[in-house]
Design a protein around this ligand. Structure first.
Ligand SMILES: Nc1ncnc2c1ncn2[C@@H]1O[C@H](COP(=O)(O)OP(=O)(O)OP(=O)(O)O)[C@@H](O)[C@H]1O
Length: 279
């Protein structure tokens, strides 16, 4: 099960207090964002800090609505959060008084799933993320990587058609992170879910994404889309990350990010013009 995501002419504006004048003013966080994510695609998004990556994810998840343009899932405009979209954040968002199993069941409760089926499905998804032996542990008894796996199991348990991930592995050590990246690719292949994954890490973006979207800031835009053609199924035997193809993609994204950072620092940007247009 997977869905297509469309962002068309999307702009987002926030009201912020000007440090000098102390007046409220409009801040254009996103402008002219056009993006289509195909059903079952794995898209990663990179960009300078504050360029609007989380804002894009919030719009797709329905946590906010755009000031301009439309966001739709399979042609239906997104107006609020829904169980067709699962979200995983960087911070572990587990309830401390519930076990791993209980945390996964929570999402199924919200989806109205019957008790016995909840138990069975939660166990199945904990197994999928390799945590069957830890089902009865509480969050404080789990490592950071395990907590994040529970969060992933919880988001997958109600079988969303879209999985939105906002730097889910950002707080993990390098080894755990690489292992979870490989596990996530395996889960994605098995479930066929459409994934949008935000990261600061170029290697992570190249390793996971079938395409990498590079954003620029002030205002946030999709600056480039790079197709990544790597054979990741060989990951178990071959260190894909050390191949010349991987290095080429890494350099390409690195160069685009450098350019995106430079344009963000350019004082002659179109920021004010955009404010006028979007406001
Ligand atoms: N609710 C809000 N009110 C005011 N400004 C906001 C709000 N949310 C985000 N912003 C601003 O919008 C811009 C984009 O924020 P966003 O969190 O989407 O960036 P990001 O690319 O995800 O950043 P990072 O990589 O640092 O996590 C930033 O300048 C941020 O300060």
């Amino acid at each position: 099960m997977s869905s297509r995501i469309d962002l068309s002419g999307v702009g987002q504006v926030f009201h912020v207090r000007n440090d000098q004048s102390k007046q409220m003013e409009k801040f254009v966080a996103l402008a002219d964002v056009d993006l289509t994510v195909a059903p079952g695609e794995f898209l990663t998004i990179v960009g300078p800090s504050g360029c609007g990556k989380s804002t894009v994810l919030d719009l797709i998840s329905g946590l906010s609505t755009p000031a301009l343009g439309t966001v739709s899932i399979d042609g239906t405009p997104v107006t609020e959060p829904g169980l067709d979209r699962g979200v995983v954040f960087q911070q572990y968002t587990l309830l401390p008084w519930r076990t791993a199993q209980g945390n996964v069941e929570l999402a199924l409760e919200a989806a109205g799933v019957r008790r016995d089926e909840r138990r069975r499905t939660a166990a199945e998804f904990l197994d999928l993320v390799g945590l069957s032996d830890f089902a009865n542990r509480y969050p404080h008894e789990l490592s950071g990587g395990m907590k994040q796996r529970v969060a992933i199991a919880r988001s997958l348990s109600y079988q969303p058609e879209v999985l939105l991930m906002d730097e889910p592995f950002g707080a993990l050590d390098a080894q755990t992170r690489e292992r979870l990246q490989e596990e996530l690719l395996g889960i994605w292949r098995r479930t066929g879910t459409t994934v949008v994954f935000i990261t600061h890490d170029i290697d992570e973006a190249v390793f996971l994404g079938q395409r990498v979207a590079v954003m620029s800031a002030r205002p946030g835009r999709i600056r480039d889309l790079v197709e990544i053609d790597l054979d990741r199924t060989a990951a178990a035997d071959v260190d894909v990350r050390s191949t010349p193809e991987f290095a080429r993609y890494r350099h390409e994204i690195w160069t685009l990010l450098r350019q995106a950072n430079k344009s963000a620092q350019d004082p002659a940007d179109h920021h004010l013009e955009e404010v006028e247009r979007v406001a």
